[in-house]
Design a binder for this molecule. Structure first.
Ligand SMILES: [Zn+2]
Length: 313
């Protein structure tokens, strides 16, 4: 009996200490949108053209003499953003490997509680897995658009086949298309990393997001770049800045219905797509498709860029 009374008393003292500790903890925690109850979930979309030092296919595709090393730099940029995000209060991360074959990240180097979306096709493309439970999106290794006259490896979705993508009349970047997909779920983009042109272009389109410049474009295949360690420091600092003011950012949304104008390099895809009842040919190189929302736009773009009759299996 006495023993039981003692243990209850001990228990209540422990509870009191815990309450005091929690109060003290709340005083030292950074002021963010983070609430302990629901955590802070961050979606990271990782491309590779905007990774530190990357300038040509030698770094960007299997077979390039530097590709394996640049997979490591890309992975490290993601890891740095996760570690910095966590230090600033983020609790969960989903990463999409969104470059080339979608199998660039060295997944064993990432923390055990992180999951990675790999390979294609996938309905939401570079944003697969995003939903309304996320609090913010980070773009890493991004590049400028196909209609930008500057920027390392500037293109939009496919440098070989697409010459422009407009949504509701606005020339889009991969970043702004993906921001609009996140915006469909009410999730804001909070940061972008890449060359100076990509960061500036996405800041103009998406809004006042944090930007981590890791290199300065000198041409389509040339840049003045930081070293990897210096780039990680920039990404670390900007990620922490973004998370610490996460309530400032607004979701990037499109007025519905959404009109897509897609300009292609070649004649025949335009001719064939025009056969579809909901697609209209605007000129010899451009089609128009009107969608209910960004989910439809994303799937349409996935078909246009990914479909071939001889796809196997
Ligand atoms: Zn890429």
């Amino acid at each position: 009996m006495l023993k039981r009374y003692r243990s209850i008393k001990k228990h209540s003292i422990a509870l009191r200490h815990l309450a005091t500790f929690m109060t003290m903890l709340s005083l030292v925690l950074p002021i963010t949108g983070w609430t302990q109850e629901d955590g802070l979930r961050i979606y990271i979309s990782a491309d590779m053209e905007g990774v530190v030092g990357a300038v040509t296919a030698e770094q960007l595709a299997p077979g390039g003499f530097e590709y394996q090393r640049f997979r490591e730099f890309m992975t490290e940029e993601v890891k740095v953003a996760i570690d910095a995000g966590r230090a600033a209060g983020a609790t969960e991360f989903l990463v999409s490997d969104s470059h080339g074959n979608g199998q660039n990240l060295l997944i064993e180097r990432l923390p055990d509680d992180v999951m990675v979306v790999r390979s294609w096709p996938r309905p939401l493309g570079m944003m697969e897995g995003i939903d309304e439970t996320f609090d913010g999106v980070i773009f890493l290794g991004y590049h400028s658009s196909t209609t930008n006259m500057r920027g390392v490896r500037a293109h939009t979705m496919s440098s070989a086949t697409i010459t422009a993508i407009r949504l509701n009349g606005v020339e889009m970047t991969e970043g702004s298309i993906n921001a609009a997909i996140a915006g469909h779920f009410g999730v804001p983009v909070i940061m972008v990393s890449g060359d100076d042109v990509a960061v500036a272009e996405n800041q103009v389109l998406i809004g006042d997001i944090e930007g981590a410049v890791v290199k300065w474009a000198k041409g389509f295949h040339s840049a003045q770049t930081l070293t990897p360690e210096a780039a990680y420091e920039v990404i670390r600092t900007r990620t922490m800045a973004a998370i610490s003011r996460i309530d400032d950012f607004e979701a990037y949304t499109m007025k519905k219905p959404i009109e897509l104008e897609l300009s292609l390099k070649h004649y025949r895809p335009v001719e064939l797509l025009d056969y579809l009842p909901n697609v209209e040919k605007v000129n010899s190189h451009t089609i128009r498709f009107v969608a209910e929302d960004m989910l439809e736009i994303s799937r349409f773009l996935a078909v246009v860029t990914g479909y071939r009759i001889d796809l196997q299996p």
